[in-house]
Design a protein around this ligand. Structure first.
Ligand code: PMP
Length: 429
């Protein structure tokens, strides 16, 4: 740990709760003090002491092209002299929305917002408005942002809290939220048989990435589509992480399933604040000013964020087999990590899909919230710090995903594997 970061963290703690502006950054889940970042380029981040780290957080998945992508940065430079926010419609919004709809055709109408949290909150309000029902079904270990009624049974930073749900969320607000186990269609079926008339929506991460990476089973995700259609329940895919990550058409393209509403964030802003929700025209027509479901935003459709996002999507499309290349790199990395673990006799499981992966210290399969919670997170913390010492910046919590970007080189991956061998050995020592 460099002394300057330590000093800055002490300063930060005097002005920010826990020294940070978002909980997982604090390293609470793994112990120790966060590195303060000075700059970032490609797959690398540089601490304030100029030490270089190979980054697998990539702004929590937002940076699929890597940090400070040259073309994105040039686009932004060009744009800045044209204004940062208009509070009025502009042409780029249309171009961007069209590009998104081409990729994700289920998003027949789209509304831009400022974050993933806003996207999910707004989609749920809309589903409630459309159905006239109140109950929201979500799954244990998923995270859909920090709206009050979603902070129960949550993953991400909430999974490391010492209390089961967030304080400050009244029970009355949670009474219409039902948490069911991920990957367990039987439980959903049983619940809906009894209470379907009350249920407005099912919101699901089609690949869970906030209890570590936990892919949905095909039968689960297909079953959700079938059941929700049967009961007239709005199916919301929270693709804030998987959108433009799992494939160009997100998880819905990957699985070939059409949800009623979709939420996006992260990659569509290339590291600038943005979110979006959209879906079936008959549902979206209820959003104000067209319909009676109110939702607004001073900075929504921000031209700077859109310019960055648009440039990212254009670059993805220019590279042939973009997702195949990313997947191959990630498969190689995770398979080699497994081999190293076997050789050194460290017991791990890796959940990997596309360019996302999580290493769990366990001999059990991890396919839901309760199995994720049983993994040895203290061993993960030791592993995390050993990797950090050797210049590898992994997710500072076992319940977050690691991400590869197009900027990760073969050398970065080999350097990561070398560090991994040392880190595994040190766990045995
Ligand atoms: N949904 C999912 C699946 C997420 O992973 C996140 C954040 N990691 C959110 C919603 C909330 O997004 P934001 O942090 O941009 O509000």
């Amino acid at each position: 740990m460099d002394r300057l970061s330590l000093r800055l963290f002490e300063e930060a703690k005097k002005i920010f709760p826990g020294g940070v502006n978002s909980p997982v950054r604090s390293f609470n889940a793994v112990g120790g003090n966060p590195i303060f970042i000075k700059r970032a380029k490609g797959a690398k981040i540089f601490g304030v002491d100029n030490r270089c780290y190979i980054d697998y957080v990539m702004s929590w998945g937002a940076l699929i092209l890597g940090h400070s992508n040259r073309i994105v940065v040039n686009e932004l430079k060009k744009h800045l002299s044209e204004g940062t926010s208009y509070g009025a419609p502009h042409r780029l919004e249309i171009e961007f929305a069209r590009e998104i709809r081409k990729a994700i055709p289920s998003m027949e109408l789209i509304r831009f917002v400022n974050s993933g949290t806003e996207a999910t909150m707004s989609a749920i309000r809309l589903a409630r408005g459309f159905t006239g029902r109140d109950v929201v079904v979500k799954f244990g270990g998923s995270y859909h942002g920090h709206a009050d009624y979603l902070l129960t049974g949550s993953g991400s930073g909430v999974m490391s809290l010492k209390v089961p749900n967030s304080m400050g969320v009244p029970y009355s607000i949670l009474k219409d939220t039902v948490v069911l186990p991920y990957n367990n269609l039987k439980k959903v079926d049983e619940f809906l048989r009894l209470r379907h008339k009350e249920v407005a929506c099912i919101i699901v991460e089609p690949i869970a990435a906030n209890m570590g990476v936990v892919p949905a089973r095909e039968d689960f995700i297909r079953g959700l589509r079938k059941l929700s259609a049967h009961y007239g329940i709005v199916l919301i895919f929270d693709e804030v992480i998987t959108g433009f990550r799992l494939s160009y058409s997100g998880a819905q393209g990957y699985f070939g399933i059409k949800p009623d509403l979709t939420c996006l964030g992260k990659i569509i802003g290339a590291g600038l604040p943005i979110g979006a929700y959209g879906g079936r025209r008959d549902i979206m027509k209820l959003v104000a000013p067209l319909g009676g479901v109110y939702q607004a935003g001073t900075l929504s459709g921000n031209p700077v964020a859109i310019r960055a996002g648009l440039s990212t999507l254009k670059q993805i499309k220019k590279v042939q087999r973009f997702y195949y290349i990313l997947d191959e790199k990630t498969t190689y990395l995770s398979e080699q990590i497994k081999l190293l673990a076997k050789k050194i006799n460290v017991i791990i499981r890796i959940n990997k899909i596309s360019s996302m992966f999580t290493i769990f210290f366990t001999n059990q399969d991890i396919n839901d919230h309760s199995s994720a919670k049983k993994t040895d997170t203290s061993l993960y913390s030791r592993f995390f710090h050993q990797m950090l010492k050797r210049g590898i910046y992994l997710a500072p919590s076992n319940f977050e995903a690691n991400f590869l970007s197009m900027a990760h080189t073969d050398k970065d991956i080999e350097d990561t594997l070398r560090a991994c061998a040392y880190a595994f050995k040190s766990l045995k020592g």
